[in-house]
Design a protein around this ligand. Structure first.
Ligand code: DX5
Length: 230
């Protein structure tokens, strides 16, 4: 008999960063067919991170291609200005960085007032305590396992104690908050992140570069994350 309130199983969420942007819509359809749980769009402004990607108009153009939920990972300075636009573009979850705003509590409120679910990300150098006082405002916390800006970087296993600490804080809050990790997640690293307490896994390179294809990559990662919890 499964508990109806049991925590959901591991979620596998692709970063679309490695996708072929000349056929972005088709790539989203292929990811949906491969069984991913939702799509993450890496939004970069060239200031908060040394890379530049796309804005809300690009995401809006993709909304009708698939039924999957969208989340926007805003690696941008001063996210208050642009965050509502990503909700309007069809993203149900908006992730901002604790390091990118002077007033994190207010910035998360801006997202919620715009009708989105709010989430906060912390870089490898930022302690979990930086988000302890805003857990009542978020549906997800993202612990970065690389320094943000580029796909294909090496997973920072040194973040696993931090993931475990974040898991303790979330469990102590009694709130249904997802613990997401992002960066270098693949067959060799997902078990460590899952065992440490993560339940949502962002993967870019590991999905798009699997020689056996997207569907295999998604199911293999999900199996490895599940086995690591038992
Ligand atoms: C970093 C990016 C990457 C990307 C995933 O700013 O957010 O972490 O989503 O990259 P992979 O899975 O290729 O490490």
């Amino acid at each position: 008999m499964t508990d109806a309130h049991a925590a959901p199983g591991p979620r596998i969420v692709p970063s679309v960063l490695p996708a072929d942007f000349s056929r972005f819509g088709e790539a989203c359809v292929e990811l949906e067919k491969a069984g991913v749980d939702r799509l993450q769009f890496d939004v970069m402004d060239g200031r908060f991170v040394p890379n530049l990607t796309f804005g809300s108009d690009v995401i809006a153009s993709l909304r009708s291609w698939v039924d999957l939920p969208f989340e926007a990972h805003l690696m941008i300075e001063e996210p208050d200005l642009l965050a509502p636009g990503f909700v309007r573009a069809g993203c149900e979850l908006i992730i901002i960085h604790a390091e990118a705003t002077r007033h994190l509590h207010r910035s998360l409120g801006v997202i919620r007032e715009a009708g989105g679910k709010a989430a906060v990300a912390i870089n490898p150098g930022t302690p979990v305590e930086a988000v302890a006082s805003v857990l009542d405002l978020v549906d997800l916390v993202l612990v970065m396992t690389v320094n943000p800006g580029f796909g294909g970087q090496a997973y920072l296993a040194s973040m696993e104690p931090k993931i475990a600490r974040m898991r303790e804080l979330i469990d102590a809050s009694g709130r249904a908050i997802d613990l997401e990790v992002d960066g270098g997640i693949g067959p060799a690293t997902i078990a460590g992140a899952s065992a440490a307490g993560a339940d949502v896994f962002i993967a870019g390179t590991a999905l798009f570069r699997d020689p056996l294809g997207l569907e295999h990559a998604v199911s293999d990662l999900r199996r490895r994350a599940t086995e690591a919890r038992s």
